[in-house]
Structure formats: C-alpha cells, structure tokens
Ligand binder design. Structure first.
Ligand code: GLY
Length: 352
C-alpha cells in the first residue's frame, strides 16, 4: 500500500512501514527509544511490534492504565517523571503504541517534554488509525471535558498496520466506524454508500481512504480555521454526550464512536430543520448508525446536563455553541448557531 504524505511526515501502511521506522531511528540517531503502551497493547500489540524494530538503541517501555478516564494531566506528569527517571533527553524518541488515548496523550507528552522531543504514532485501534493518529492534534481531557488541553504537533511518522485490529474488541472496532461514516457524509459520499449497502467491507481500503481524506482536509487547513471544522460533524453533541456518560457513575461509558454516531444523527436532524438537508438522508444516516450500534435510551431528564456540557465545546466563541451542519452530503455549513429547543428536539428524534 502506498505511503500518504502528510504536512511534514509520512503515513506508512502495513508491514513495510517498520523498515522506514528503523531507517528513521538510524538516521536521527536517537539516544533512547520510549514505547508508550497500556496494559492491553503491552500484552497484545507490543509482542507483534517489537520483532519489527531493528535497532541496537536502548528501548524503555512505559505502561499506563487504559481508558479515557486516565487521559489527563496527572497521567502526563507521571509520564514526564518516568521519562526523566529513565534518562530521557532531547534526543529521545517516544513511540506511541495504542488507541486514541495513547496517541493523543503521547503526542502531547512528547511535544512538551524539554520543549519537544520526536514521536511516532503507531495506532492500534480503528479509531486511532483513521482519525486520532493523523492530523497533528495532541492533548488530554480536563475532568470529563474532552481534549481541552493540548497543542498541534506533528509526529515524525505514522504507521498504520491493520494486523493490530485483531487485538481489539468488536465494540472498539465499531467505535472507529463512526469516523469513517463522518468522512463519508461530509466529504466522500461513495464511502457512506459503501457502508450503507453493507458491501463486503475491505477494512484496509476503508482505512486507507479515510486517512487520505483526513490528510487532504488537514493539508488545506491544519489549524482548523475553516475546512477542518467538518471533521467535527457529530462531535459537538457527541462529545457532550460522551462526557455526560463519563461523569455519570450509574451509567456505562459510551465509546467515542457510539457517542459521535448519536451526535451525527442529531446534527443531521438539525441540518434538516435549519438547512433543508433532505429528511430521507437523515433517515438513511440514522438507519446506518442503528445497524452498527446498539440504541441508547437518552433520558429527557438528562438533557439539561448534556446541554450544560455543550457549553464547554472547544468550538464555542463568546458562549455560543457552533455546529457544523449539512446542506447535503459533501456540502456543509460551518459555525451554525442552534437553539437549545432544537438541540433537545434532535435528541428526541434520535430516541424516537
Ligand atoms: N478529530 C478531528 C480532527 O482531527 O480535526
């Protein structure tokens, strides 16, 4: 599979990638290689990864506990301490081996350590392959508020090797599908049609096309001034719903994809009401979402807490919540203001 050239780094695919990583390590003459894992990627991915790494450099593995709940500054402090104690210096390389939490937080930790050391992303979940590991966004959550602290920083390379997908659960795999659907409805409707028609999905091709789209968008607008905002379709409400489930002790957490899928259904409904996005297409999207994800019963008594969390969305300006809405598939309108009543109506639409 061919390499995709991103802003300042390549995205390599499949097993051939590791030769490129070994070359990078040799050329840059790193002092120490740190590999950031969680308990799952340590057990299932590290043994697949390590034989591919041809180097005589010292390798230090740093393991953290998995889960969005640990994607915070406290964990970062622990990581900076660990790197320091293990002799990390400006010539160290941090290799992130994991899902979105590991790649987002690892990129952030690397970018701040001694004002920035190099890092390489090796995503192991579908979500991190098609979204989190590419595009230069790094960061952590602030309490339950998603990705509030972070910076744009590019890795030296990204390695997308779909052999790691065999190590993740069905639920985790489905989580990544929401981002692929998002690329379909906002940028390439043939991708959406492909998923809708349940065509024999070749996951490698879906991943490759998704990375291509993400990269095209990021190349045009790396700092999310305009076009890149389309990648937030479904995320405005989706993040608030995800945060709500994260903070509700009596409810099971939703995966990012489950929450974003609900967000996309609601935001397409709002698009119909405000921009005449065809109702048939809203229903198509809802049908696709419900074919992949279990229906979640959103309780009306929880709506006001979700609305409160919406007020913290990163795209808000002057206290106004900003949505990306659709005029049609592949045709969007940025920075749309939506009334609280209509947002609540959209949550009822999802429930109906
Ligand atoms: N996940 C959205 C973005 O990278 O812009």
């Amino acid at each position: 599979m061919k390499t995709i050239e991103a802003v300042s780094y390549p995205v390599h695919f499949q097993e051939e990638s590791y030769a490129e990583l070994s070359k990078l390590i040799q050329n840059k003459d790193y002092s120490t290689l740190f590999v950031l894992v969680d308990e799952n990627t340590m057990e299932h991915c590290y043994p697949k990864f390590i034989p591919n790494l041809k180097t005589d450099k010292t390798i230090e593995v740093i393991e953290i506990e998995s889960g969005e709940i640990n994607k915070n500054l406290e964990t970062c402090v622990g990581l900076w301490n660990a790197i320091t104690e293990l002799g990390g210096d400006r010539k160290s390389l941090l290799i992130t081996l994991g899902g979105g939490v590991i790649t987002d937080m690892g990129g952030f930790v690397a970018s701040c350590f001694k004002r920035g050391i190099d890092f390489v992303n090796i995503p192991t979940t579908l979500l991190s392959m098609v979204d989190a590991s590419v595009g230069g966004k790094t960061g952590v959550d602030l309490g339950v508020l998603k990705n509030q602290i972070g910076l744009f920083a590019n890795p030296q390379m990204v390695i997308v090797d779909d052999q790691y997908l065999a190590t993740v659960s069905e639920r985790e795999l489905k989580s990544g599908m929401a981002e692929i659907i998002k690329y379909g409805v906002t940028y390439d409707v043939s991708l959406f049609a492909h998923i809708k028609e349940h065509k024999e999905a070749n996951i490698s091709n879906l991943i490759f096309r998704s990375v291509e789209i993400k990269n095209e968008v990021v190349l045009k607008d790396p700092k999310e001034k305009n076009l890149r905002k389309i990648l937030n379709f479904g995320h405005t409400l989706g993040h608030a719903i995800e945060s709500f489930y994260l903070e509700s002790e009596d409810k099971e957490n939703l995966t990012h994809g489950e929450a974003i899928a609900i967000g996309m259904v609601c935001e397409s409904y709002i698009s119909n009401k405000l921009l005449d996005f065809p109702l048939q297409k809203v229903n198509d999207l809802k049908e696709v979402v419900l074919a992949i994800y279990d229906k979640i019963d959103l309780l009306s008594e929880d709506f006001s807490a979700i609305m409160d969390l919406l007020k913290h969305d990163k795209k808000n300006v002057n206290g106004q919540v900003n949505f990306v809405l659709l005029n049609d598939f592949e045709d969007f309108k940025l920075d749309c203001k939506v009334s609280e009543d209509l947002i609540q109506e959209s949550l009822h639409f999802y429930n109906a």
